[in-house]
Design a protein around this ligand. Structure first.
Ligand code: FEC
Length: 313
């Protein structure tokens, strides 16, 4: 089968350090070239130390997701030869490195996809812009992008199964007693004036999962806001926990981080350590839904949106 059409898939993800001594360079990249203060560096290093057991989870998870996606694509669409390339936002191989490697390998047609289902000009839009600029510079014939896939039925199914599985951990507690909080990474509030679809897409995912699972006791919350002076989207998950305990006497909570697809710092620290500590202090039983990682339903959803994007001539 030598005459199969060859398609390059640029799989873009956030990126993470690979060792503790790389945290400073990584943080400097996130801060657009401005190194963190020693205090900021120490604080971030401590958060990584709390979750890293020899490997940085996002490094390993991205590798596994990209391998699983390539395998699924080639199995599902055997008429095409798919090759996946990683392109990371804040760590090597950077987005530009991924595009360069595709060109070096003779790829003429490519599809870019981000391992984050919801579009914001500040998140997915940024990945796409960098990939397109490099592709144009190097003369890659064609690159199209999957912008979002926040309502893909298989993504919704995978998330719904996770909420159900989490609900079962509450034993005899009635479903209506458990508050489900869907979360995503906060962004600066200024995106609201820009007509950005991020907030609406996140609400749509949450509402659809709630409908599918028949859950009525739910709300949305933000997490992991940056520590800057500008206002960020809220309410923050920690404030929500305090308020629902104080004002509504809620004692059972499921956190479902719909904005993330992997186990990494924002899930393993911000939810599993920080939010869990707050919940315990308040006497709340908090459970988190399992991350998607390489879930076959997630790989299937990604394969389908990639194929659709490629096939839309
Ligand atoms: O496990 C890891 O090593 C990396 C976890 C990680 C993920 C992630 C995803 C998103 N971020 C988004 C927005 C921002 C904005 C800023 C920002 C800053 C940080 C810092 C760390 C960090 N982010 Fe992140 N993010 C992850 C980690 N993020 C560490 C720096 C210290 C801190 O603030 O905690 C503010 C800086 C800026 O203006 O750029 C904004 C969004 C996502 C979800 C979409 C995506 O994955 O791209 C949005 C994972």
């Amino acid at each position: 089968m030598t005459n199969k059409e060859k398609i390059g898939i640029l799989v873009m993800s956030y990126g993470t350090p690979e060792s503790l001594d790389q945290i400073e360079a990584y943080y400097t990249h996130i801060r657009r070239g401005h190194p963190p203060t020693p205090e900021q560096l120490r604080e971030l290093t401590e958060r990584y130390e709390a979750i890293v057991g020899g490997v940085f989870p996002l490094r390993e998870n991205t590798n596994k997701q990209v391998q699983a996606l390539e395998a699924r694509l080639n199995e599902k669409y055997p008429q095409i030869a798919f090759s996946c390339y990683q392109g990371l936002k804040h760590a090597p191989p950077f987005i530009e490195d991924g595009v360069e490697q595709m060109v070096r390998d003779g790829i003429k047609e490519a599809v870019g996809v981000v391992l984050a289902p919801h579009y914001s000009v500040m998140s997915v839009g940024g990945y796409m812009k960098r990939a397109k600029e490099k592709a144009d510079e190097l003369g890659l014939e064609r690159i199209r992008f999957v912008k979002s896939y926040h309502l893909h039925p298989k993504l919704i199914e995978a998330l719904s199964l996770r909420v159900e599985e989490c609900m079962a951990r509450f034993g005899n507690v009635g479903r209506e007693q458990v508050r489900v909080i869907f979360t995503a990474h906060s962004l600066p509030e200024k995106i609201l004036e820009m007509g950005d679809p991020y907030v609406d897409q996140l609400m749509e995912t949450s509402k659809t999962v709630a409908e599918r699972t028949g859950i009525t006791n739910w709300q949305f919350g933000w997490q992991s806001a940056g520590r800057t002076k500008e206002p960020w989207l809220g309410p923050d998950i920690l404030d929500i926990l305090r308020n629902i305990k104080k004002e509504e006497a809620v004692e059972h909570v499921i956190v479902c981080p719909v904005g993330f697809v992997s186990d990494h710092l924002e899930v393993l620290y911000d939810i599993d350590i920080e939010a869990q500590q707050t919940a315990r202090g308040l006497g709340i039983h908090l459970e988190r839904t399992r991350s998607l990682n390489t879930d076959p339903l997630y790989m299937e959803a990604l394969s389908e949106v990639i194929y659709e994007q490629w096939a839309a001539k």
